[in-house]
Design a binder for this molecule. Structure first.
Ligand code: NDP
Ligand SMILES: O=C1O[C@H](COP(=O)(O)O)[C@@H](O)[C@H](O)[C@H]1O
Length: 516
């Protein structure tokens, strides 16, 4: 949030929202539903308009039907009665436009001015680029050349990931965009930052007397971050085969989660202070100096054909639009160190993969063991205390402690205190895109990535990618539906650790105290 700005918690300032790529997958699955939810929650009222932009022809009625269909299929609210729906959808218009056609932008401007007048919109414009990143630069230039930038109100550019393919291409992209937009006008989306429990990490850390004092290398043995997906590459084989897991999930979502876990308390709860702290973490990541260090600390794998829930799943190389000889990783795990005073010596184990057995995003903080395992004169193999932050699909926190088994003299058993937020709020908690669109329209950039975060993350990831490029015979394999290559277990075994099961999967020996 800008320092001198007070944000109204609810209302979005009047603005025109341009969705470039309005006929695409992201618009259909995420953006239109997010806009409708904001409308239903009273966060968008009368003074807004949405203009969908893409090349293919659509009449206004066809476009509005597309929007309705997307809401029917993907929105957490269902469309209301005809009167309510018509009231909402009259704010939507479509413009068929190739982003290389400057005259088309001039026509778009005329269309926009008419809508601004009709809905009394004060001249604010938010340009959401749900487009391939190669087009970001051209759109930015043509927005300017076509007279689309407002002088009366604000202009904001919201751009999707991936932001480049490596540091060099990200720098080029950034330079192009910066010729038109100032850094504070650019909102780089990382949708993980819009997730409820990711935003909750700061609160859990900084608002609890019993976590923050322990949040350091004296008390924490290791931290594990897992982003597991059951899906394969679906229809995105062409993009994914070029990107791979490291670029698709590692450079952005995983490193962003890591920064939220590892950052120092910001001096003020303002966007720039928070982002300053996050970037310090990224700059403290210990770089892998050699290909040998990459091999020792990073494991990559690709799924082969596998059996999952009685169904045979194809190998990655058999997926649509994937090179049948592809060496792209669909899984990676790494041991990462944050070389600063707080975290010296604490390994952060990160992993992500497609076609794993469980869809989950979880952070596990494993605390160091107690100095003795002798209690009441007896020896015990005490389990370490765990704090588990469940981001997705379950949302909540889970704390594992040791306690005396009720009724016994000295038997100790692990006990789980489980707060399942999603069980209480249900499926109706706001979607990440809803929050992020709302934040961008209100000028709150806290949960968007600043250029120095993006570039620092690329610097770290590029070293891994470079080592992999030089050495292609270290690609491990794993059957679809399994937990990834066994080599990933060895990353932890050396230090006497193991991956903790996710979603409480094999916690049979734990007594659950479920807050539901
Ligand atoms: N889909 C997802 O779940 C996610 C997507 N992203 C990112 O979001 C962006 C969009 O992804 P997605 O929606 O899946 O992509 P799609 O391929 O489904 O959609 C691309 C859109 O761009 C439009 N388009 C392409 N070329 C032009 C052009 N020259 N002028 C005007 N419009 C054009 C297409 O419409 P038309 O053909 O009619 O011109 C279409 O509406 C990408 O950067 C992607 O990486 C990020 C995270 C998740
Ligand atoms: O950005 C991406 O994220 C999705 C996973 O997102 P989630 O919110 O469902 O966890 C991933 O499938 C996709 O490959 C990647 O581009």
């Amino acid at each position: 949030m800008a320092e001198n700005q007070t944000l109204d918690a609810l209302h979005t300032p009047g603005a025109v929202f341009f969705i470039f790529g309005a006929t695409g997958d992201l618009a259909r699955r995420k953006l239109f539903p997010a806009i409708y939810s904001l409308y239903r929650e009273g966060k968008l009222t009368h003074d807004f308009a949405v203009i969908g932009v893409a090349r293919r022809p659509r009449t206004q009625d066809e476009f509005r039907e597309d929007v309705k269909e997307s809401i029917r299929e993907f929105c957490r609210y269902q469309a209301g009665d005809a009167a309510e729906w018509n009231e909402f959808v009259q704010h939507f218009e479509y413009k068929s436009l190739d982003i290389n056609n400057i005259d088309g932008f001039r026509e778009l401007n005329a269309q926009t001015e008419a809508l601004e007048e009709k809905f009394h919109i004060p001249g604010n414009r938010l340009f959401y680029l749900a487009l391939a990143p190669e087009l970001f630069g051209s759109v930015s230039f043509n927005l300017k050349a076509g007279g689309m930038l407002q002088t009366r109100g604000w202009n904001r550019l919201v751009i999707e990931k991936p932001f480049g393919y490596n540091l060099e291409s990200a720098e080029q992209l950034n330079e192009q965009i910066r010729q038109v937009f100032k850094e504070e006008e650019i909102y780089r989306i990382d949708h993980y930052l819009g997730k409820e429990m990711v935003q909750n990490i700061e609160v859990i850390r900084f608002a609890n007397a019993f976590f923050e004092p322990l949040w350091n290398n004296k008390h924490i043995a290791n931290i594990q971050i897992t982003l597991g997906e059951t899906v394969g590459v679906e229809e995105r084989g062409g993009y994914y085969d070029h990107a791979g897991a490291l670029r698709d999930m590692g450079q952005n979502h995983i490193l962003q989660l890591l920064t939220m876990i590892a950052m120092e308390p910001p001096s003020r709860l303002l966007a720039e202070d928070i982002r300053d702290e996050k970037v310090k973490v990224l700059r403290s990541l210990r770089p892998y100096a050699t290909a040998e260090e990459v091999r020792e600390n990073v494991v990559r794998g690709q799924y082969t054909q596998g059996l999952y829930k009685g169904k045979t799943l194809p190998a990655y190389r058999q997926e649509d639009k994937v090179d049948p000889e592809s060496n792209t990783e669909t899984y990676f795990a790494a041991r990462v160190f944050v070389d600063n005073f707080r975290w010296a010596g604490v390994p952060f184990y990160i992993r992500t993969g497609k076609r794993l057995p469980v869809k989950t995003t979880e952070v596990v903080v494993e605390f160091k063991g107690m100095p003795t395992n002798v209690y009441l004169g007896q020896k015990h193999n005490l389990e370490p205390n765990l704090l588990v932050i469940r981001v997705n699909p379950m949302e909540g926190i889970y704390v594992k402690i040791n306690a005396k088994k009720p009724g016994s003299e000295s038997e100790i058993q692990p006990l789980a205190m489980d707060f399942c937020q999603s069980c209480m709020i249900g499926i109706n908690s706001p979607e990440a895109y809803e929050r992020l669109l709302h934040d961008a329209a209100r000028g709150d950039s806290t949960y968007f990535t600043r250029w120095d975060e993006v570039s620092s993350a690329w610097s770290f990831v590029d070293r891994i990618a470079k080592a992999w490029k030089e050495e292609s015979n270290d690609l491990a394999s794993y059957p679809a539906g399994s937990w990834g290559p066994v080599e990933a277990d060895q990353l932890l075994a050396g230090e006497g650790f193991h991956w903790w099961p996710v979603n409480g999967q094999d916690e049979d020996n734990v007594v659950w105290q479920v807050n539901r």
